[in-house]
Design a protein around this ligand. Structure first.
Ligand code: COA
Length: 420
């Protein structure tokens, strides 16, 4: 491989110093008593207001005060960033602890004076001090997080399957084995099926009991005018959906579909597309979803939108890159740029299908990239050669990019599964 021109190697990155938020604004860790004020701040920022009952539910099921950094001016809460603890599945099967950044909000009266920047710096400093290699988030606006080292890491397609008249290929099996389940039953049935899906899906987040309690609460005011949840279960999967009044008729909206075997996938879709009196079924799927291939007319599955899914922020390059396997043998020196946290440097990655070693290096790099681009590559959701065409990855030798494309591609397209 040909090396690109390179400056001398950098020293191992230090943990950043604690942050401040500018004159009059203090940063501190949340306590449980802060939750009502955090909920008010978030409600104003995102334009929804949580009821007292919602706040109580959140406090019981999902709120971990130690994961929240607050910005306070006098007695007023003016900014917050929160976090969830996840185990994210890496290509090859390892589970890596990761923080899921959430509830990012700054009061509209205090915007564009650096409060978010200082909150992000402090929250990430704490993650690094805790030894985390990876942070994740889902972005309300895609223009915010690149500067903090996050890159989109998974992609989801919003698809609409028109019906009636949608038919499966004659040779597609009809595995059956699907039955309806009530929401109460799903509290026991769904978590083990989801855990099996999490074990085999790169990018997948685990779901704690608090997440299940939240997702299956199915409160009428959280349905956006759609029906209560319906559930179909199979020995190897399940689907939860709602019925919506739309297009002058009715549409099935898939909320959550998990299938860990081909039979479960086909059986669940057969029932969904067999639902009478509906004009369409909508779902969010991975870009390589198999449904079009099952149908006599693949155009019945129309992609109506393409969205970024989870965003990844590498905090410890060697730990993150050695936590996954690679589709082919790879030995490459990467120069990673990380202006926000200074966690970049030069690293040699030697990996393959059985595992990987990544360590600081001094040899000239083959590839240069920002830490956000590294996040985009991490689960195999994007190709290095595509990022190179966008000037996000640089390599003197195109063969290196091809090799990285092949090596970083995961066993299947990554999906994260839980919006947070
Ligand atoms: C997004 C939000 C948290 C920004 O807070 P803030 O304190 O005004 O942000 P800062 O002043 O610290 O800005 C930090 C950087 O982000 C940029 N930025 C802030 N909001 C942005 C936006 N909506 N789109 C693009 N860039 C943005 C700033 O220009 C600044 O850039 P720079 O430091 O590279 O020059 C705040 O506007 C908010 O609460 N919005 C509503 C809720 C929301 O969308 N939260 C994000 C959820 S994922």
């Amino acid at each position: 491989m040909t090396a690109v021109d390179a400056p001398p190697p950098t020293a191992p990155p230090p943990t950043p110093a604690p942050s401040t938020a500018g004159p009059g604004v203090q940063l501190r860790t949340s306590t449980r008593d802060d939750l009502p004020a955090i909920a008010r701040l978030g409600g104003r920022a995102f334009h929804w207001m949580l009821s007292a009952e919602d706040v109580e539910h959140y406090g019981r099921e999902l709120f971990d005060p130690g994961n929240y950094v607050l910005a306070q001016e006098g007695t007023e809460l003016v900014g917050a960033t929160g976090g969830y603890d996840f185990a994210v599945r890496m290509p090859g099967g390892a589970a890596l602890p990761a923080k899921g950044v959430t509830w990012v909000s700054v009061a509209a009266t205090h915007r564009r004076r650096g409060i978010l920047r200082s909150l992000m710096r402090e929250q990430h400093r704490r993650m690094i001090a805790d030894g985390l290699a990876l942070s994740l988030l889902t972005a309300s606006e895609a223009g915010i997080y690149g500067r903090f080292g996050y890159g989109p890491a998974t992609v989801r397609h919003a698809v609409r399957v028109t019906r009636p008249g949608t038919t499966f290929r004659a040779d597609v099996p009809d595995p059956s084995g699907v039955r309806y389940a009530e929401t109460d039953e799903m509290r026991a049935l769904a978590p083990p099926l989801h855990a099996r899906w999490h074990a085999t899906t790169p990018g997948a987040l685990d779901r704690s009991a608090g997440w299940w309690a939240t997702l299956l609460a199915d409160k009428p005011d959280k349905r956006g005018g759609d029906s209560a949840l319906y559930h179909l279960v199979h020995a190897d999967g399940y689907v939860s959906y709602r019925i919506a009044e739309a297009d002058g008729g009715r549409v099935c909206r898939v909320v959550d579909l998990v299938a860990v075997s081909r039979d479960a996938y086909i059986a669940l879709w057969r029932v969904l597309l067999g639902l009478d009196l509906l004009s369409a079924v909508t779902a969010e799927v991975a870009p390589d979803d198999a449904l079009p291939h099952l149908l006599t007319d693949p155009r019945r599955v129309r992609t109506e939108g393409r969205y970024d899914g989870v965003w990844a922020r590498v905090l410890d390059v060697p730990a993150a890159l050695s936590a996954r396997t690679y589709g082919t043998e790879l030995d490459v020196v990467l120069e990673v740029d990380d202006p926000f946290l200074g966690r970049g440097g030069r690293f040699r990655l030697r990996g393959g299908p059985d595992g990987a070693v990544c360590e600081p290096a001094s040899a000239p790099p083959h590839v240069r990239l920002g830490v956000a681009a590294l996040g985009s590559l991490l689960f195999g959701g994007f190709r290095a050669s595509s990022l190179a065409r966008a000037a996000l990855v640089g390599a003197a030798d195109p063969k290196v990019l091809r090799r990285i494309d092949t090596a970083f591609t995961a066993e299947r397209e990554p999906e994260y599964g839980t919006d947070f």
